[in-house]
Write a protein that binds this ligand. Structure first.
Ligand code: CDP
Ligand code: MG
Length: 745
């Protein structure tokens, strides 16, 4: 077993039978016959002379077990009762052989690092083993909401209990746990919030920080805090850091030489094929490759990795178009999307077994890389891109952009093809690009994020010296400084850098600091009801408007009516108030489904917004923000400017000014930004002189998504420390503002 210097390695020696199986099935050579490479159309792909088979960790023995898996699968015939089949499946997982050893290790070491191939059973089995081992309550963190929900559902099924009883999950705005919950899957962000109410996490006997290799922002912070509480919880807390087979040694070092428990993986060899030349349009290339695989390859499902929901929807449409009417000899192509914001009912489709003769193609974001295991995948199509958050401390701007993935991620993606049989991975990039252009490892999120929320949380936990906080990778000091400045401008910090009362309130709200500040400010403007509605609608804003191609005109007209309604009421034009008008109008219909159909609004998003709104409404009470609505104002709510003003009190750093050339630039910093085509203000006749955006998306340009007109005078008023007279050309601007907008200033 490849030794890790200075790291105690436990349980890593596979049983001899596994090692033998490894030698015969998964060596680096060309395995048995390598059937059916795509011979007819070889032009696109050049197969790599090597195979990525076996282990992820450079240990030839650990990667074996292909034969063992095949045997295990063969002993789970359909004839077994569902419960017995499920149990057999559990027993056949790679982790099952190590249950006793794992429990012994957990009992011995306060912090244990567990690494194992994706699908080996860490997430679903370990918490159950711990219960069997006598621990009473286990929390397991996940970087993604979808993973927390789907894994909890799976474990509830395995234990034959109702989801939300002994097994549950907790994600933002959705708590599916109860008094009796003993296995709780929760997002890393939710666990961070729990530190605020119970700083030593007294409710849990074991905390499992899962998917640690992902290095999500919240996971990194959780690990820093956990390191601290392990000391004073003593024997009453056990910590497990679980990771895919990537860089686990770094966690051992970080936790002062905690031992590494390596679960030998099982993986079938995967043939890697690269394109011969770079692809100009990877979505198009992906569509063609899906169809080629479907037409020419033996049975087996396809998994395509895409950068986001928009790409998934585009590819889905392209595939439906191209397969329409193609039937007969070619089996059915079942298209199943999976991404973080997909409603859970629809996620079930990816786990549904493919009927004989058909082929499933799963269109996934990198959620399917390590956190969700999809059975039956034999072919992986990897365009090599993912959507990532990027942060520029110089401008203070955070945006989402599509970037090339790392080599480590590419290896993970390919590995998804070899879970149940030998597979193939079609990389839609060249081998040269893989070796020369891709980074070896992904950059941890902490190093490319705006840290205002983290800083606010740490300060509320009493951690004042941020520079001394023991991060796995220390954030750039410039980023920390920026965050402090922003929190100060938001009124969350005093000039001395201490948390203010407002800052405490903001930390209590499970919202990003800018939104939290807007909610807190809404009290003073008498519109907290409206602001939480806007906040709830923004959380689903990517999926509110429904625009079927055949009825595009009617859909556009329906949407424009919401903007007109707000304009008529005399407030700023744009997306925020249109979202508010849409929600209120739905509410007035009695939350009718029919209303949604008639107004081309997605009913599922609206229901989700209502759920989120209910949660926020309850939070207002908890943090003591007075509930108030503009409907109680003397004008009956005709003037909606206060809503935008409250939003400006949070989002003032997102203010942009129209230039003479008809373009926008940020008031502070002067970066060029553009109105996103999805905005109501896109292609508007008379562009507002000043706007406020909710978020930025970077594609070919920096796009502002969800944009509204504001009065620049508000900027000086709500953020005098942030904006000077020079920044905001108030006199010139106000003269041109619609009167109603400036009125309540
Ligand atoms: O965490 P790790 O990647 O090691 O494995 P896991 O997520 O615990 O998955 C173990 C097994 O449970 C896999 O074979 C999955 O196919 C199965 N599973 C499932 O069927 N449905 C889920 N929602 C999650 C896992
Ligand atoms: Mg897992």
């Amino acid at each position: 077993v490849g030794g890790l210097p200075g790291v105690e390695v436990l349980g890593a020696a596979p049983p001899p039978s596994l090692a033998v199986a490894a030698a015969s099935t998964a060596g680096p050579g060309r395995g048995a016959g390598a059937p059916a490479t795509p011979r007819r159309r070889r032009s696109r792909f050049a197969p790599d002379p090597g195979r990525e088979g076996g282990t992820g960790g450079g240990d030839p023995a650990a990667g074996g077990g292909g034969a063992a898996t095949a045997a295990a699968v063969a002993t789970t015939p359909a004839a077994l009762s569902p419960a017995a089949a499920l149990q057999a499946e559990r027993d056949s997982l790679p982790i099952a052989a190590y249950k006793a050893e794992l429990l012994a290790a957990v009992a011995t070491y306060p912090v244990l690092i567990v690494e194992g191939e994706t699908g080996s059973g860490k997430t679903t089995q370990l918490p159950q083993y711990l219960l069997d081992g006598g621990y009473r309550c286990v929390a397991c963190t996940q970087p993604r909401r979808v993973a927390a929900m789907s894994v909890a559902a799976r474990v509830a099924t395995e234990r034959g209990v109702r989801l939300g009883s002994t097994v549950g999950y907790s994600i933002r705005f959705e708590d599916c746990t109860s008094e009796e919950t003993v296995i709780k899957y929760l997002t890393d962000g939710m666990l961070l919030r729990e530190f605020l109410s119970v700083p030593d996490l007294a409710a849990y006997d074991v905390l499992m920080v899962d998917e640690a290799h992902e290095r999500s922002l919240s996971t990194d912070v959780v690990m820093g805090l956990v390191k601290d509480i392990v000391r004073f919880r003593g024997d009453s807390l056990r910590v497990i850091i679980a990771s895919a087979t990537l860089n686990a040694a770094a966690f051992c070092d970080y936790f002062d030489g905690a031992p590494l428990f390596s679960i030998p993986g099982r993986r079938f060899p995967v043939d890697i094929l690269y394109t011969r030349a770079p692809e100009a349009n990877y979505l198009d290339a992906a569509a063609v490759t899906v169809l080629q695989v479907h037409a020419s390859q033996p049975a087996g499902d396809i998994l395509v990795f895409l950068a986001g929901q928009d790409e998934i929807e585009d590819l889905e449409a392209a595939l439906r178009e191209r397969t329409a009417g193609v039937g007969g000899a070619l089996g059915e192509l079942i298209i199943a999307p999976i991404y973080a914001s997909l409603p859970s009912e629809q996620q079930a489709a990816i786990f549904t077994p493919t009927p004989p003769g058909a082929r499933k193609v799963v269109l996934a974001t990198n959620i399917a890389e390590t956190s969700v295991t999809i059975p039956g995948v034999v072919y992986v199509i990897d365009p090599g891109f993912a959507k990532q958050k990027a942060y520029n401390p110089a401008t203070g701007m955070e945006s989402l952009l599509v970037v090339p993935i790392s080599r480590a991620a590419a290896v993970q993606r390919a590995g998804r093809a070899g879970r149940t049989a030998a597979g193939k991975c079609f990389r839609l990039y060249t081998k040269w690009s893989f070796t020369h252009e891709m980074e070896a490892q992904p950059v941890p999120e902490l190093l490319r994020s705006n840290l205002a929320q983290v800083v606010l949380l740490l300060l509320s936990l009493g951690i004042d010296n941020l520079l001394a906080f023991d991060f796995l990778d220390a954030p750039p000091p410039a980023t920390l400084l920026r965050s402090l400045e922003l929190l100060y401008a938001l009124g969350a910090l005093s000039p001395a850098g201490k948390l203010t009362k407002r800052g405490r309130l903001m930390a209590e709200l499970p919202l990003e600091p800018l939104m939290a500040a807007a909610v807190v400010a809404s009290e003073a403007y008498g519109c907290s009801e409206e602001v939480i509605t806007v906040c709830a609608m923004l959380s689903v804003s990517g999926a509110v408007w429904y625009r079927p191609k055949a009825k595009a005109l009617a859909a556009d007209a329906a949407r424009a009516a919401f903007s007109r309604a707000t304009a008529a009421a005399g407030a700023g034009r744009g997306d925020h108030l249109a979202l508010l008008a849409c929600y209120n109008s739905w509410r007035d219909s009695g939350f009718a489904t029919q209303w949604c159909y008639e107004h081309f609004v997605q009913v599922r998003s609206m229901r989700r917004a209502r759920d989120v709104r209910e949660q926020l409404d309850a939070l207002l009470d908890r943090v003591g923000v007075a509930r108030a609505t503009l409907a109680d104002a003397p004008d009956g709510g005709a003037d909606q400017a206060p809503v935008l003003k409250a939003l400006t009190a949070g989002y003032f750093s997102h203010a942009c000014q129209l230039t003479k050339a008809g373009l926008y630039r940020t008031v502070k910093g002067g970066t060029s930004v553009h109105i996103h085509p999805s905005s109501a203000l896109y292609r508007t006749e008379r562009l507002p002189r000043y706007v406020l955006y909710h978020e930025l998306v970077l594609t070919s340009k920096e796009y502002m998504r969800s944009v509204s007109e504001i009065d620049p005078a508000w900027l000086r008023e709500v953020a005098p420390h942030y904006y000077t007279e020079v920044d905001v050309d108030v006199v010139g601007a106000s003269a041109k503002m619609p009167r109603a907008l400036g009125r309540r200033a």
